[in-house]
Design a protein around this ligand. Structure first.
Ligand code: CA
Ligand code: CA
Length: 359
């Protein structure tokens, strides 16, 4: 196929024993409203180097079936309806072109995607990637929700959710992605999980996205970075947020967090009290990060952040983000440390007030 448009229901390349079926697309469109089988009893080869090949049903390969998705070629699975399956949902594919997943309902792909190609999530449905893929091209979420249900589902891919598209992680998952553009109009929902972005995301862009997702404080933003779990908690009076970390190696982390959990290990303890006090940003007006105690994203640490810290009531109470069904491990309270921390904050607060009076 090198131009024009071909439409059929189902097709098979290499149907009978001993037969040899080959299809090569360099331009134009080939639409299979039904299924496409590459190599049934015979040998089948599907090569895409340009144009668009769409499979509305199931794309499968037999023993002697081979799919080449090369640079310039586009393979679309599904046409926005309730069908469209790539390799049984489990087979692996080398993608050096463009791979489009387009379903209107929920579906899962657990195979491995490799190559330098790109992925497009189209269609209103929730699409779950549960395999560990090495794909290095970009991923664009045009519509619906893309769930990365494996910590390495898109660990080498830079993800861009566009308006109407959402990237989300399952409860408590700590996922890594190759890159992330959270300010392109779409939404990133960390839920009760964590997303670490390997490169390309600046602290300023990350905080901008978090502020957008936070909205009026209810975490009900429709773009930027939010946490639907924090939104639920805040609505019922439980202070939760999206915390962030500059990991110092070019990577950035955004995660469900309680104010006060400076290092986002889902425990508020002496390490956090230490960070809040010893980074020395309290009431200085100096630029500060979440790690240094800025829990309300205004870039400084002051009494408002101290209030956020104490407002959670989580100090030394153990993990506040245990997976559903798991039993939490109760920590032994250390009231003396909490007392010291309280004294410390009061002390720096008093010093600041004295400075102000003197000034
Ligand atoms: Ca902590
Ligand atoms: Ca602050």
């Amino acid at each position: 196929m090198n131009g024009g448009s071909v439409t059929n229901t189902s097709a098979t390349l290499g149907s009978g024993t001993g037969s040899n079926g080959t299809a090569t697309a360099t331009s134009g469109t080939w639409t299979n409203s039904g299924s496409l089988t590459v190599g049934s009893s015979g040998t089948g080869t599907l090569t895409m180097s340009g144009g668009l090949v769409t499979v509305g049903g199931t794309l499968s390969t037999g023993t002697y079936g081979t799919i080449h998705l090369n640079a310039g070629g586009t393979l679309q699975i599904g046409v926005g309806g309730t069908t469209g399956v790539l390799l049984g949902g489990t087979g692996s594919l080398t993608n050096n072109g463009t791979l489009v997943f387009n379903r209107g309902n929920a579906s899962t792909y657990s195979g491995v995607l490799s190559g330098s190609g790109s992925v497009v999530k189209r269609g209103a449905g929730t699409f779950t990637l549960s395999g560990a893929s090495s794909l290095s091209g970009p991923t664009t979420i045009e519509q619906g929700t893309l769930v990365i249900a494996n910590a390495a589902a898109l660990s080498a891919s830079a993800i861009t959710p566009l308006a109407g598209g959402t990237l989300s992680v399952p409860p408590n998952l700590q996922a890594s992605v190759g890159g992330l553009n959270p300010n392109a109009g779409g939404l990133v929902d960390v839920g009760t999980g964590m997303v670490t972005v390997a490169q390309g995301l600046t602290p300023a862009a990350l905080v901008t996205a978090i502020l957008t997702g936070r909205g009026d404080g209810s975490w009900n933003g429709t773009s930027g970075i939010t946490s639907s779990a924090a939104a639920t908690d805040v609505a019922s009076g439980i202070p939760r947020a999206v915390g962030w970390l500059d990991n110092g190696d070019g990577s950035m982390t955004a995660a469900f967090a309680a104010p006060g959990d400076t290092n986002i290990d889902w425990v508020v303890d002496v390490l956090d009290a230490g960070n809040f006090l010893t980074f020395g940003k309290y009431d200085t007006g100096l630029p500060a990060t979440w790690l240094e105690g800025d829990f309300n994203y205004d870039g400084v640490v002051d009494v408002l952040d101290a209030s956020e810290f104490f407002g959670t009531g989580l100090y030394d109470t153990g993990n506040y983000n245990t997976p559903a069904g798991a039993s939490g491990i109760a920590a032994v309270p250390e009231p003396s440390v909490l007392g010291m921390f309280g004294v410390g904050v009061v002390a720096v607060g008093s010093m600041a007030m004295m400075r102000k009076r003197v000034g």
